[in-house]
Design a protein around this ligand. Structure first.
Ligand SMILES: NC(=O)c1ccc[n+]([C@@H]2O[C@H](COP(=O)([O-])OP(=O)(O)OC[C@H]3O[C@@H](n4cnc5c(N)ncnc54)[C@H](OP(=O)(O)O)[C@@H]3O)[C@@H](O)[C@H]2O)c1
Length: 275
């Protein structure tokens, strides 16, 4: 989902882009990843953006080794291969690296304390990138939606067209973030020559899934009622953060404007995401 918009954003910025998917390179295969990156003849100033990940949060609880291979070993292989070419690596990470029960936004340097397997593997991926390539951006994002993948707005819009009443959790707060905005932020970080480090690539503000579902109904012109429900009503395998809102001070400190407020960005994104 992010990869498609990343390619478009980089091309839009005038970069020469090579896009690759799992069919051609399995990032868990160190030798194949190294050979592929070598074949690109990258040099200093070039950037490898890793949009690949194991994103099935609940499945990771039962297949943590497989998730670790993609989310930690894969980034290690890419960071190492990029470093050998003198290129920068951009690793996409997640709010799930945090415990997720704060009351104020997480700073970029807040301690990682993942509660579930997905978060553990993504936290390991961050460290693997830091350890293997000093020239890196770790960009943490959350609640991603975009035209190129299944996601919460598409599911809600479908259900809202089928039912009169939806029940959606109102005890988890986060930052719905458009993949187009995240891709644009990564392009702007690179263009600004921002120093290596950890940045938060989420929209500003915060909302519950319930509040976001209401905004989706409004954008889709649907009249389904959206009732609140507690997370306890859903027996998800992986724990869900109640508050995993991310702060954006590191971006501001390097003169890069964070993504806008979630509701304003959703208003812009909705037509292309919902189709
Ligand atoms: N979606 C969210 O709400 C969210 C929230 C926070 C952070 N993130 C992070 O944001 C990034 C982008 O997420 P997304 O939602 O765009 O992910 P996505 O749509 O699930 O795409 C992940 C891609 O990675 C590929 N992939 C999986 N294993 C691979 C391997 N071994 N080698 C090469 N490619 C492999 C997948 O290929 P197949 O389709 O063939 O499996 C898929 O194309 C990820 O780092 C994710 O952890 C996402």
């Amino acid at each position: 989902m992010l990869g498609q918009d990343m390619v478009a954003a980089a091309q839009g910025a005038g970069a020469e882009v090579t896009a690759v998917d799992r069919e051609h390179v399995d990032i868990t295969d160190a030798a194949a990843t190294l050979a592929y990156v070598r074949s690109l003849n990258l040099t200093a100033g070039d950037v490898v953006v890793n949009c690949a990940a194991w994103t099935a949060v609940d499945a990771a609880e039962e297949q943590e080794a497989a998730a670790f291979a993609v989310n930690a070993v894969g980034p290690q292989n890419l960071a190492h291969a990029a470093a050998l070419s003198g290129a920068r690596i951009v690793q996409i990470s997640t709010d799930y690296v945090f415990e997720g029960h704060a009351t104020t936004p997480y700073a970029e340097d807040a301690a990682m304390a993942p509660e579930g397997a997905y978060g553990r593997t993504k936290a390991a991926g961050e460290w693997a990138v830091r350890a293997n390539n000093p020239d890196h951006y770790i960009v943490r994002t959350a609640w991603l939606y975009g035209a190129g993948g299944p996601n919460f707005p598409k599911t809600m819009a479908r259900l809202g067209g089928e039912r009169d009443v939806l029940t959606v959790v109102d005890d988890q707060q986060g930052q719905p973030t458009w993949t187009v905005d995240l891709a644009d932020l990564i392009v702007r970080l690179v263009a600004a020559g921002a120093p290596s480090g950890t940045y938060h690539g989420t929209a500003q503000g915060a909302v519950t899934w319930n509040g976001f579902a209401k905004a989706i109904m409004a954008a889709a012109g649907l009249t389904a009622r959206v009732d609140p429900v507690s997370s306890a009503a859903f027996a998800a395998k992986a724990p869900r953060p109640s508050y995993s809102v991310l702060g954006h001070d590191a971006l501001r400190a390097v003169g890069v404007e964070p993504i806008g407020e979630w509701a304003q960005r959703w208003a812009v994104a909705a037509p292309s995401v919902l189709g």
